[in-house]
Design a protein around this ligand. Structure first.
Ligand code: GLU
Length: 469
C-alpha cells in the first residue's frame, strides 16, 4: 500500500475550533502512526471571510498543540492555475459546462419548482448549450442524472446517495474562484491524499466530491467521517457551552498535552485508558476505535487532565509557561530557580496555570495582604507571643531547612503546651495571608529566612496596631 498521506485543511475564517483541532490531531496521529505524511492546507477561497489574522491564529494553535506538518501550509488562493487546468480538463471531457443563468432568475425558477412540488436543484438549462468562458459565467459539474454514489465510510459504513438528488454544483464561480467541493478534490488529488478524516458535517459533500474524482479518473481516497462534538445538552458544541477556541484554552492556563489528550479521547478509545503520552497515542491510534456516537464535551474532565499534567511537568519547565500569567498580574521579576521552587509547592494544588498564577502571589509580593477573615481569626493578641517566639527560633535556626524547621515548631508547641496547629496557623497567615497553603515548612523553605522574619515582624506590628485601635 502507498505511504499514508493525510491532511488538515482549515478555512481561515476564525480561530481554530476545538472540533477542528481534534480533526487535525486524528489526521496527524494517523500519519505518525503509519510513518506517513501530514499536510497542512489553508482553504482561503472565501475571499470575504478569510483573514490573515485567522491564518496566524490557526498556525499558532497548531504549533501550540505541537502538531507538526510535513508539507505546507499550502494556500488555495496561490493555486488558482492548478484548479483552472483541471477545470478545463473537465469541460473538455464533457464533465462540466459553462452556465450564464442569472442568479435572480435562477432563484425564481427554484422557487417555482418548489411551489410545484419539485426539488430546489439547478434545472439544467445550460447543460447542453455548449457555452464557452465569458463574463458572469460559472462552471457547473455535469452530475449523472441517474444511478447511485456510494460512500464507503470507514466509521459510518456504506452510505448510498441517489445521483438524482445531487445538484449540478458550481465548480468555479463567475469571478474565477473555485468552490470548496472542487478545490478540495483537486488539492486532495494533486497532493496525493489517500485518507481523509474530517467532521461528519461534510458527509453530504462527499458524494459530490466522489463524482468529481470519478470524472477525473482519479483514485478515491479513503474517507472517515468523525461525529461532531456536542455540548452537555447534546446540541452541537458552541460558545454557549464555554470556550471553543484552542488558544482561549491556552489563555485559561491549560497545557497543550492536556487538551490533546482530552480531544483524542473524546471520540477515540483504547480500552479504558484515559491518560496517554504522545508516544502511546501514536502507537495505539486506529480508526476502528473511533466511536460512532458523538462525544460530549466535559469541561471537568479536561480540568482533571490538566491538573494531572500540571503535576507531572518538571517545575522548571513550567516557569516559562507561567511567566506570561505573572506579567499580566504585574508581579515583580524573580529568577527561574526561585519560581521553580515556588511552583513545586503549588503543583499538587492547582488545576490550571491561571490558578497557579493567583496562588503564587504570596511568594512574589513584597508585602502580603491578609485575608480579613484569616487575620481576624489568627492574627490577634493571643497569638502575639507564639509568633514572636517562632520569629526568635527561626532567626537562629541552623541549618534553615525543612527537617530542622519541623523540630523547631514541635519544640515550641511542647514548650507552650499547645498543638502544632495552634502555632502553624498564625504563622501561615503571617507568611501567606491565607489559611490554606502548601505545607508550611515548604513555604518557609521557599521564602527563605529573611522574608520569613520580615513577614513575622510585620504580623506582630499588625497585631499591635489592631490592639491599639
Ligand atoms: N475547509 C474545510 C473545513 O474547514 C475542509 C473540509 C475537509 O476536510 O474537506 O471545513
Amino acid at each position: 500500500m502507498a505511504a499514508i498521506v493525510t491532511r488538515f485543511p482549515p478555512s481561515p475564517t476564525g480561530y481554530l475550533h476545538i472540533g477542528g483541532a481534534r480533526t487535525a490531531i486524528f489526521n496527524w496521529l494517523y500519519a505518525r502512526r503509519h510513518g506517513g505524511k501530514f499536510i497542512l492546507r489553508i482553504e482561503d477561497t472565501d475571499l470575504v471571510r478569510s483573514t490573515e489574522a485567522s491564518v496566524k491564529a490557526i498556525l499558532d494553535a497548531m504549533e501550540w498543540l505541537e502538531l507538526d506538518w510535513d508539507e505546507g501550509p499550502f494556500y488555495q488562493t496561490e493555486r488558482l492555475e492548478v484548479y483552472q487546468e483541471y477545470l478545463e480538463k473537465l469541460v473538455a471531457g464533457g464533465h462540466a459546462y459553462y452556465c450564464d443563468c442569472d442568479p435572480e432568475d435562477l432563484d425564481r425558477r427554484r422557487q417555482a419548482a418548489m411551489a410545484a412540488g419539485g426539488k430546489p436543484k439547478y434545472d439544467g438549462r445550460c447543460r447542453d448549450r455548449g457555452l464557452g468562458p465569458g463574463p458572469n459565467r460559472v462552471v457547473r459539474f455535469r452530475c449523472p442524472l441517474a444511478g447511485e454514489t456510494v460512500l464507503n465510510d470507514l466509521i459510518k459504513g456504506p452510505i448510498v446517495f441517489n445521483n438524482a438528488e445531487l445538484d449540478d454544483l458550481v465548480l468555479q464561480k463567475s469571478d474565477g474562484i473555485p468552490t470548496y467541493n472542487f478545490a478540495v478534490v483537486i488539492d486532495d488529488v494533486t497532493m496525493g491524499i489517500n485518507l481523509i478524516i474530517r467532521g461528519d458535517d461534510h458527509v453530504n459533500n462527499t458524494p459530490r466530491q466522489i463524482l468529481i474524482y470519478q470524472a477525473l479518473g482519479a483514485p478515491l481516497p479513503r474517507f472517515a467521517h468523525v461525529p461532531m462534538i456536542l455540548g452537555e445538552d447534546r446540541a452541537r458544541l458552541s460558545k454557549r457551552h464555554g470556550a471553543t477556541s484552542v488558544m482561549v484554552y491556552k489563555e485559561m492556563g491549560f497545557l497543550p498535552e492536556a487538551l490533546v489528550n482530552y480531544l483524542v479521547r473524546l471520540g477515540w478509545s483504547h480500552g479504558d485508558q484515559e491518560i496517554f503520552s504522545r508516544e502511546e497515542m501514536i502507537a495505539n491510534f486506529s480508526l476502528e476505535h473511533i466511536g460512532k456516537a458523538a462525544g460530549v464535551f466535559n469541561p471537568d474532565k479536561l480540568l482533571w487532565l490538566n491538573a494531572h499534567y500540571l503535576k507531572e511537568r518538571d517545575p522548571a519547565a513550567l516557569v516559562p509557561l507561567l511567566r506570561p500569567f505573572l506579567h499580566q498580574r504585574g508581579y515583580s521579576e524573580r529568577p527561574d530557580d526561585y519560581l521553580a521552587r515556588a511552583i513545586a509547592t503549588l503543583q499538587p494544588r492547582c488545576q490550571t496555570l491561571v490558578e497557579m498564577a493567583d496562588a503564587i502571589r504570596y511568594y512574589l509580593v513584597d508585602e502580603v495582604d491578609y485575608d480579613p477573615a484569616a487575620a481576624a481569626k489568627f492574627l490577634r493578641p493571643e497569638t502575639l507571643s507564639t509568633i514572636a517566639r517562632m520569629q526568635a527560633v527561626l532567626a537562629d535556626l541552623d541549618p534553615f531547612d525543612e527537617a530542622r524547621m519541623e523540630q523547631a515548631f514541635r519544640s515550641v508547641a511542647e514548650e507552650l503546651g499547645v498543638k502544632l496547629g495552634k502555632i502553624a496557623q498564625p504563622v501561615r497567615v503571617a507568611l501567606t495571608g491565607v489559611t490554606a497553603s502548601p505545607g508550611l515548612f515548604e513555604v518557609i523553605d521557599v521564602l527563605g529566612r529573611k522574608t520569613v522574619l520580615e513577614r513575622l515582624g510585620k504580623a506582630l506590628d499588625f497585631i499591635k496596631a489592631q490592639a491599639r485601635s
